[in-house]
Write a protein that binds this ligand. Structure first.
Ligand code: ADP
Ligand code: MG
Length: 291
């Protein structure tokens, strides 16, 4: 590849909001066979809304939501922001929480009024010894609707199940379709639960899903895909940084975290995933001009 043609290619890409941070990325991108996407904030808008609340017997809804929101106010997860916003809309005042600890990839815990409070996924509950099987049918229905079921335990007892919904971005389905039309395999990798992940993947035309992965698991998933193919990984979060580095090509969203962008070869300035097939097309056109 001549330096001039690479410059022309990267310049054209930059006009479209696609920044090639490394010179060889433009050439490497044309050889990509698999594109793996993070779900939350990448394929989805990353701004979940609290949509459902199922209260267990013996608990009072406002008090449960107060505890959940007070705890989540101490978490930085996008789900936490959704829950706090919902409680604020309902005029619920928050209370003090001590002994707060994040459970990476599964939830958050703390102590309120001398009682342990745990909020998170079924994994968080399993790890905390809380049985959620009474809600299995309802949780499955929420997951099949593309919503993420979460649970709250107070004083060691299951208090509620809530669900958050994080709609897909407008451009996600068409970006996936364009990649598939180009003969690429498209994969979703997510820390969310399997049912929810499959429902979202189905809506987007994604055939392969790796779900329920812990934060360190995304890099393992990319490694596994790299056994058989050249892989691009697209992500936005702190959790995505190792996977962005591991992939043959890391593509970060400019709407995401700095650490993701720093770990990437390519940055899509807007969060628009149309930039992924577009970047590959520019790569192919550039290399074609050279040969
Ligand atoms: P992802 O962003 O792909 O969903 P994460 O590793 O950030 O992956 O989270 C995995 C799952 O853990 C979330 O889908 C959610 O179910 C749960 N979780 C993590 N943090 C929290 C939190 N603060 N409150 C509730 N649930 C959480
Ligand atoms: Mg994300």
């Amino acid at each position: 590849a001549t330096p001039t043609s690479i410059m022309v290619g990267t310049g054209r890409a930059a006009e479209l909001g696609i920044l090639f941070r490394k010179g060889d990325a433009l050439q490497a991108l044309r050889d990509v066979e698999v594109v793996a996407f993070d779900k939350t904030g990448t394929l989805t808008q990353g701004q979940p809304e609290l949509t459902d609340f199922v209260l267990m017997q013996g608990f009072e809804q406002t008090e449960v939501l107060r505890r959940i929101a007070s705890l989540e106010a101490r978490s930085e997860h996008p789900i936490a922001a959704a829950i706090v916003a919902s409680a604020e809309r309902d005029g619920i005042t928050l209370v003090n929480v001590t002994d707060v600890a994040a459970l990476p990839g599964s939830g958050v815990k703390g102590v309120i009024d001398g009682e342990a409070v745990l909020v998170g996924s079924d994994r968080a509950m399993r790890d905390g010894g809380i049985d959620v099987s009474a809600l299995a049918t309802q949780a499955a229905a929420l997951g099949d609707a593309g919503k993420s079921p979460l649970y709250a335990a107070i004083g060691g007892r299951l208090a509620a199940m809530i669900a958050v919904s994080d709609p897909v971005k407008d451009g996600s389905a068409s970006a996936v379709a364009a990649l598939k039309a180009d003969g690429l395999k498209v994969v979703m990798i997510t820390g969310d639960n399997s049912r929810t992940a499959h429902a979202v993947a189905r809506a987007l035309g994604i055939d392969e899903v790796v779900a329920d992965v812990l934060p360190g698991g995304k890099v393992e998933a990319v490694k596994a895909l790299r056994q058989n193919a050249r892989v691009a990984f697209v992500g936005d979060g702190i959790n995505d940084a190792p996977a962005l580095s591991e992939a043959d090509i890391g593509i970060a969203l400019g709407t995401g975290t700095d650490i993701a962008m720093e770990s990437a070869d390519v940055v899509l300035m807007s969060g628009d995933l149309a930039g992924v097939p577009r970047a590959i097309a520019i790569s192919k056109a550039t290399i074609r001009n050279i040969r």
